[in-house]
Design a protein around this ligand. Sequence first.
Ligand code: ADP
Length: 176
Amino acid sequence: MQATFNQTLIELVLGDITQENTDAIVNAANSCLAGGAGVDGAIHRAGGPAIMAECRQIGACPTGQAVITTGGNLKARYVIHTVGPIYRGGTHNETHLLESAYKNSLKLARKKGLQSIAFPAISCGIYAYPIHEAAHLALKSCVEFVRVNTEIQLIRHVLFDQRTFDIFAHEFKKLT
Ligand code: ADP
């Protein structure tokens, strides 16, 4: 499923983000950049120890912010590590923090001159964000960004399971 917004193709696919060949893939990291379960663990396993060595040098990343490392053994040249909010009822600035995680990742990609980027469903696993709302915010953040920034040509949302894909697809149709 795909649609063009301004100069950018936004795409939804079902798959494993570690296999993506976009310039960068985004990691749903934790603020200590310590690795962990979920997509974070999968990216470090597939990318090898060089990524964690760079994360240790960087040290930490506050929620809503993003940092960049090389892609180690991945096909993607870079990994952008961003930290989504842990969902705590929706009253702890979660909306703003989730939007910031997407937008700051995109800003970092643009700053590096990258043309394509793949996102997982940030905060939709262990961090327990309600998926409909997270999908809406993910897509809205990307669309808002590409309306005013034309450098990135492809944004791919890589959803790991059919249910998450279907929810993203439902929210995507509302925007097209
Ligand atoms: P968070 O802590 O931000 O919630 P998780 O890694 O627990 O991060 O989950 C975020 C999303 O990433 C979930 O939808 C999960 O199913 C998905 N996910 C897990 N492994 C992969 C993978 N290899 N590729 C893409 N998405 C993945």
